[in-house]
Design a protein. Structure first.
Ligand SMILES: [Zn+2]
Length: 335
């Protein structure tokens, strides 16, 4: 893998679209990945972007559709190479993972993939060969899905080698979200890219079915973030000054998961709830049994921490992450 010429090799300035064939499906159709390429007037880096690795996360791809339609290539250096639906089978199933009769069906865990592996691994291998192998920087863009998650952060791999980790961190900051999280990204496309010396990160922001105001807010932030990263890479003119951001690692991450399934009544379900300092013992929400109408449990903050992950009220399964805090004592503000 990696020795092939990029599919966009002959493309001049402007937009181009093609499909990368992966395999034949049981319904007889060809499984193919959509590849959008925008080439600038002048030479420069290639920024690879994938969205819908999890099939129900639609905010990034719809924001990128708008970004591409507004892109002025006359002032742009290099190119954008975007896989707009990385896992079409998961998307067609309205779910996170590939519906196939094998293990390892989460595309977020199988990179660099395997052209002789299961279907999920074949998809990963095609993305590795045709996008990651030719990228100078890489973004694996996630959002909340049908589960109603609320988040506004950028993750970068805790396990990357020092130089590429530093460059990934700088791009993650440039994206401009209020939280920057050094996370365990083992098995992800971004972590694999890091192993090849390519700076990479995962935004986790916005979601699906958030209503018109919040969808517009997050779409605007997604476009601003990608524009900032292109500027930081020298693809667009200008400079980027990251905002004040909370930086936290794995040991600061405190997840609050219900012991029971039921209807979560969330007390933190607005975008500006993210970033609030919640004191230990403060109630975050409760789980109601939709059969007996009893309150099954209340959830409270286990420590003083900044809320970086929340959920809208709705049904949750036992053990699902409902809230998450960055422990105040071990997190740091970056000015
Ligand atoms: Zn995801």
């Amino acid at each position: 893998m990696g020795s092939t010429q990029p599919l966009w090799e002959d493309q001049k300035e402007g937009r181009w679209f093609t499909r990368i064939e992966v395999t034949t499906m049981l319904n007889g159709a060809v499984l193919a990945l959509p590849l959008h390429v925008v080439t600038g007037r002048r030479e420069g880096p290639t920024l690879g972007i994938i969205t819908n690795v999890h099939g129900d996360e639609f905010l990034p791809t719809t924001a990128i559709r708008q970004l591409l339609s507004e892109m002025d290539t006359t002032g742009m250096k290099g190119r954008l190479a975007v896989i707009s639906v990385a896992n079409p089978l998961a998307t067609a199933n309205f779910g996170r993972q590939t519906p196939e009769q094998h293990g390892r069906t989460d595309l977020h865990e199988v990179f660099p993939g395997n052209p002789r592996g299961n279907t999920t691994q074949m998809i990963a291998a095609a993305i590795t060969e045709h996008v990651i192998s030719h990228a100078d920087a890489f973004i694996d863009f996630h959002s909340g899905g049908s589960g109603g998650r609320l988040q506004a952060r950028v993750d970068y791999s805790a396990r990357a080698e020092e130089d590429v980790k530093r460059r990934s961190f700088a791009l993650a900051r440039a994206f401009g979200m209020p939280f920057v999280h050094e996370n365990d990204l083992t098995g992800t496309a971004a972590h694999y890219a890091n192993g090849r010396g390519i700076p990479a990160f995962n935004p986790e922001m916005g979601g699906s079915y958030l209503g018109p105001e919040n969808t517009a807010l997050y779409a605007k932030q997604a476009i601003a973030g990608l524009t900032n990263v292109m500027t930081a890479l020298g693809m667009l003119e200008g400079t980027v000054k990251p905002p004040r951001q909370l930086h936290f690692g794995l040991k600061s991450r405190r997840e609050i998961r219900p012991k029971n399934s039921g209807y979560l009544v969330s007390l933190y379900e607005r975008p500006d709830d993210l970033g609030k300092l919640v004191k230990a013992g403060v109630k975050l929400g409760e789980v109601v049994d939709i059969y007996s109408y009893q309150v099954l449990e209340e959830m409270a903050a286990p420590c003083d921490g900044y809320l970086f992950f929340s959920r809208y009220s709705g049904v949750v399964g036992a053990g699902t992450q409902a809230f998450a805090l960055a422990e105040a004592a071990t997190s740091a503000w970056l000015e």
